[in-house]
Design a binder for this molecule. Structure first.
Ligand SMILES: [Zn+2]
Length: 563
């Protein structure tokens, strides 16, 4: 028998090690280093210290970015590997295919049920039964402002890639928490809280596109398939590892036998097994990945490309993340939805910036030259005035004061003739105000709301005004307080009487419709009493033609950022 020389085996072992690039080797080979900084002339010791500190901070920051970018690539690669494995398995293994199909069908049925519940739930009924168990349903109830729904859906449909043969629907839910999610039915749901934070249409387009990306990229099906594939994959990898260990065990036994005879062979086998296992562990690793992160990144990537594809201003994307980071810092509840982990906001923003400055730059410049880039539209400002008001009111009742104050302040500045927005702005200022100016703003707002409330739809405004007047020791103020209390009681009584007499007769969102009329110039028309309606028999009951479309909403500049 030909004896293998020890040196030959060692060299075979080493060759194997070097032929197979190990992870550490890859990383260190890629590490190129920051350009050496030139030392400026005539620098004082203090300046030197400052410069060095800045350099060190910059280096740390660069290292962090580098690490994050690498982790992102790694995560995407793992995701891709398993996805490909899963698709192969799906194509070749009928049992696996049945398992995936069954699980996905279950998910689709449950999402269809969710959609049905959302579409048929009445938000007001749900709010009335608010308790722990009902919270989710309240969050999922749709925002009953048809114009906003219409606008958001139109915008969403614009971004759907031309090659998609699926059908989608974009809807707004009432929830002050900035949330956005999808159902496998093709439904994209975005909360009022999410939209209320946005500065312009380009940002909304990006949020819708991100969610659309989850459906377009089939993430729900993949989510169902992945855990099934992962188990299968890891079983196979375990076999591969055993194979590597076996191979090196044999080589090791050869080393041992060549040097020390029988006992050496056993020792060599042990070493060989260890080495084989180590290499095998690298080449036949078990896979476990955070699908959420990989899918989030994929959806971000899709969104930025899809929005630019439809000429939306992608420069707004990093600005959106900046706003969200600020909001998340002020109230951590706001990061429960769309954003997920606050720690990832910066990374996602930086990724967007890198794409904008790099791969997408030529396309962006071209669109810019052709004056095609869209930032915002007049419709956006219009829907925002209503949406910010309603979300501000919701946030107020969730004690999310920061958001309530900001939303209502912006709603009032977008549209100063809206009694409800002005009233609630006064309410929130009265609640959280501390300074004399705050309380003055509250009082002024309540006064303004009384003047604007031409349909006497907000009796409480009189009550709150009375409460403020009562604080004053002046006699005239106290008389005014009495009048305000009387006005409150009468207005309350009238509203109750109307509610009872119209019980179930009017559209559930009649207040929204009154608001549309106000915008169109009619500030006083009210639904006729039932008795009057019946007297005048059919249609023309009290529906007088509108004379002039009075004041229009002043268009407000919303390109750029919040003040
Ligand atoms: Zn997402």
């Amino acid at each position: 028998m030909k004896t293998i020389r020890f040196s030959q085996i060692v060299s075979l072992f080493l060759t194997l090690l070097f032929v197979l690039p190990l992870p550490g080797v890859i990383v260190s080979a890629q590490e190129t280093n920051a350009a050496t900084q030139e030392k400026p002339q005539g620098e004082s010791p203090e300046e030197k210290k400052l410069r060095e500190r800045e350099e060190s901070l910059k280096k740390k920051e660069d290292d962090r970015k580098d690490k994050e970018a690498k982790a992102r690539v790694k995560e995407a690669k793992k995701y891709q590997t398993l996805r490909e494995f899963a698709e192969d398995q799906y194509a070749s293994d009928p049992d696996f295919r049945d398992q995936v199909d069954d699980a996905y069908l279950d998910l689709q049925s449950s999402h269809a049920l969710d959609a049905y519940r959302i579409n048929t739930s009445h938000p007001k009924e749900l709010l009335a039964t608010e308790n722990e168990g009902e919270v989710l349903k309240i969050r999922r109830a749709l925002y009953d402002n048809p114009r906003v729904q219409e606008y958001v859906n139109r915008l969403g449909q614009q971004i759907v890639p031309d090659d998609s043969d699926r059908l989608y629907s974009f809807k707004v839910t009432v929830n002050p928490i900035p949330a956005a999610y999808t159902l496998s039915t093709g439904t994209v749901l975005v909360s009022t809280g999410m939209i209320s934070l946005l500065d312009n249409e380009a940002q909304l387009a990006y949020v819708l596109a991100h969610e659309l990306g989850h459906v377009y990229k089939n993430h729900w099906r993949i989510k169902v398939m992945m855990p099934l594939a992962e188990a299968e994959y890891n079983k196979k990898q375990e076999k591969k590892r055993a194979m590597w260990a076996g191979l090196f065990g044999a080589v090791g036994a050869g080393i041992g036998a060549a040097t020390n005879g029988g006992s050496g062979a056993a020792y060599g086998t042990l070493i060989g097994l260890g080495a084989g296992y180590a290499i095998g562990s690298y080449y036949a690793r078990k896979i476990s990945s955070d699908w959420e992160v990989a899918q989030e990144n994929e959806a971000d990537d899709f969104a930025i490309k899809a929005t630019l594809g439809k000429s939306f201003d992608i420069q707004e994307v990093p600005r959106l993340y900046e706003t969200m980071a600020k909001v998340a810092r002020a109230d951590s509840r706001t990061q429960l939805g769309f954003l997920g982990a606050r720690s990832r906001i910066h990374e996602r923003s930086e990724y967007a910036q890198k794409l904008i400055a790099g791969a997408l730059q030529p396309q962006y410049q071209e669109a810019l030259k052709a004056s095609k880039i869209k930032g915002t539209s007049p419709e956006f400002s219009l829907i925002m005035s209503e949406l910010k008001r309603d979300n501000g009111i919701e946030a107020f009742y969730f004690d999310m004061f920061q958001m309530a104050k900001l939303n209502l302040q912006q709603a009032v500045s977008l549209r100063s003739d809206d009694p409800l927005a002005v009233y609630y702005y006064g309410r929130v200022m009265k609640q959280v105000g501390r300074t004399a100016e705050d309380l003055d703003t509250a009082q002024q707002s309540l006064l303004a709301a009384i003047k604007l409330d031409t349909r006497h739809a907000i009796p409480e405004v009189q009550l709150h005004r009375a409460l403020m007047l009562m604080d004053s020791k002046d006699r005239p103020n106290q008389t005014e307080a009495i009048n305000a209390l009387k006005a409150y009681i009468v207005a309350y009584e009238r509203r109750r009487a109307e509610t009872i007499s119209h019980d179930g007769m009017l559209p559930p969102n009649v207040d929204v419709l009154y608001d549309y009329m106000r915008l169109l110039g009619d500030k006083t028309w009210r639904a006729p009493e039932i008795a009057d309606l019946l007297k005048t028999s059919v249609a023309p009951a009290a529906v007088a033609p509108v004379e002039t479309p009075a004041e229009k909403l002043t268009p407000v500049k919303t390109t750029g950022r919040k003040p």
